[in-house]
Write a protein that binds this ligand. Sequence first.
Ligand code: ADP
Ligand code: MG
Length: 658
Amino acid sequence: MSLPLIELRDIRKVYGGVDAPEVEVLRGVSLSIHPGEFVAIVGSSGSGKSTLMNVLGCLDRPTSGSYHFAGKDVAELDVDELAWLRREAFGFVFQGYHLIPSGSAQENVEMPAIYAGLAADARHARAAALLERLGLASRTGNRPHQLSGGQQQRVSIARALMNGGHIILADEPTGALDSHSGGEVMALLDELAGQGHVIVLITHDREVAARAQRIVEVRDGQVVSDSGRKLALPSEPPAATEHLQADDLRQRLDRGATQRAAWRGELLESLRAAWRTMWINRFRTALTLLGIVIGVASVVVMLAIGEGSKRQVMAQMAAFGSNILYLNGRHATLREAAGIVTLDDVEAIGQLPQVRRAMPVIGGEVDVRYGNNNQPFYVGGNNTHFPQMLNWPVVQGTFFTEADERAGAAVAVIGQKVRDKLLPPGSDPIGQYLLLGNVPFQVVGVLAGKGAISGDQDSDERIVVPYSAAAIRLFAKHDPEYVIIAAADSTRVSDTEAAIDRLLVQRHLGKRDFDLTNNAALIQAEARTQNSLSLMLGAIAAISLLVGGIGVMNIMLMTVRERTREIGIRMATGARQRDILRQFLSEAVMLSMVGGLSGIALALLIGAGLVLADVAVAFALSAILGAFACAVVTGVVFGFMPARQAARLDPVKALTSE
Ligand code: ADP
Ligand code: MG
């Protein structure tokens, strides 16, 4: 005699316990089922048939008693091996069909093969062939709600057969069908039994049960009668290909439980499913993703603005030369009088070998008049080094000369915007007289346009006059406000700085009552401000991503709750825990990827608006990729908990959930 496929001994199942009264639903069931059998389990409603089937199909574990499948103790199998049994050995047919509502007939039928790792082509072909065999060739693209009950039940039978369906467990398969459709389904089961599938048919209807070779009657959780196994089946020899012996199945179980699924097929399927759910709930999804969208967008935009203004400032500083130092006397404090840098100091600094040129500056706002036009401008007293030192040539006329400087001549070189604002357009400014305060100055040259703006000052709105003239005629002050110094070697600015410092300390009798800075230092200070700004941005990013992550978690928890039954169906068709985990994790990742991409798109849009509004922005690829990566990582981190919750659901509870 062959080894029984299924052997139950004294199976008990108790529900309730801690919070509910204990109910013993199965009370010592013993039953053996052999290859090739067609068994009907009959009993009135509530007698424990479905509970028995869940135990048989390894969806549920018995409270006590032993269950051997092909000679192997099921209690010793781990979750993956149980999933293998559900996937490869069993095929479930439920009273309520249990199809996944969002998938087509074809997709529902293919599902067990995805978890079995069958290649896509073979999977499509087999599902189509099964549907055709069950008379549904024209319905493959229909979703369950577009099919009649009989058609849905045939789809679920096709699904049960997808991976072979050696043992079909059918729980009241005709219970929800009219008699005609029910008859069709029964004829199908007859046919499958004839082909060698083991059929376990559960029903409360004795007429339906009468079609089986063997009838087992259950009452109050106990087997009360068993018509027994019919040994000889001479009329219908089982087809050799479909008729597996218990030994074969057992060997395949030993091998199969360790086999890996085709991850690409699964990933594709779970991404497709993820996209479908997202699309169905697009409004809710969009609202919840706002956190990630705003977070990513604000980080990218603010970094772009920061980088843009930094580059602008650097460019402006570079425009004035990187070998430039500034020197000024320190302001008076309560303890010390103001430090004064004199023209003699400037003279001495100019003699240092490390210094190429030194230029005293005195200046301020002065009312400037030409004809009826009257406007305040910055007027600076400088020396003849001005054009070379500041890299700022004259484009019309000439700069004033050393002779002008010595004589304190009232001559002026004007910026482009001074010309544009005071003089009639197109007129020649050279030789014209401007009233600076009350003193007439003759224009001798026009400076090139610099286009730089620092603070609220436009560098093209300035007038340059000889230092001597400014000191005597305009500001009535002798000592310079500050001194601009060009180092001889732009790579050794700090040496120059040290030399000047030594010289001045000596000249000021040991007191360091002056400040010496250079453009490079200013740039560094600017960079430091930028860094602290970046730190703040980082904090904003972290907070908004946290909010976004909580949003993702929220969506995923809702999804898991809404789709609990789908998870149960997937588990019944053989999904492993990690398959479910992977599916929901990919949904979370997809969500956050969509959020991240929308955030980047929004940032670029805002950036385009800013460019139109003349704000300097510089998008860095690294910032964009970084923000996106953070969003995705957030999705994984916050999606993990709900996904794991889904993966750990109990198959039976998930299946029977509302
Ligand atoms: P049948 O399929 O024969 O109609 P079931 O196996 O579904 O019967 O249920 C048998 C008994 O077990 C019923 O009385 C039912 O109330 C009880 N039962 C089923 N599932 C649970 C459960 N999860 N918790 C408590 N009692 C249950
Ligand atoms: Mg039932």
